[in-house]
Design a protein. Sequence first.
Lengths: 113, 110
Amino acid sequence: DGGITQSPKYLFRKEGQNVTLSCEQNLNHDAMYWYRQDPGQGLRLIYYSQIVNDFQKGDIAEGYSVSREKKESFPLTVTSAQKNPTAFYLCASTGLAGVSEQYFGPGTRLTVT
Amino acid sequence: KNEVEQSPQNLTAQEGEFITINCSYSVGISALHWLQQHPGGGIVSLFMLSSGKKKHGRLIATINIQEKHSSLHITASHPRDSAVYICAVRERLGNEKLTFGTGTRLTIIP
């Protein structure tokens, strides 16, 4: 079945460590997105990519980095510079950017202590 | 920047009741999305609409562009409908970004 996979579902890290969250899609979608969800807040856009080897900052990109070396993959690195990294992270993709529905992955819950 | 507000924030109802969740936004849009988030965290897209009304099973979504308002209705509600329902808007065609509401937590009691 086509879809988006994120791994792992739960991730625990010590403060000061970088951590990379995986996102893979087999929907042949061009555009991919990373969102962060915190309690009581709407999803906020971290980074997005419309095409391989290109990506743009979203509203809260500080402390995060991404790469888009393959169409299927859009990993997110949470760096030690991110001041409040504990959150639920969702990856999404869309086929025809701007006119199609977004498909979401199951999410990764990151806890940093 | 578009402000998206949902009401109510929390809603508890008895099985079988007719449910309405509201979404208002401040700036004109090209499309509005209704999403469903289950307790595990995964999000499913329910509707994308830019005008009028859409229906899928027991779910109905309407939008009034002039009033900048959308509603999601659930008929004959069931405990499995318990979830967080999220409204999101895209401001213009081709714009990559969605602006999300904070969600409405719906609980249906058997």
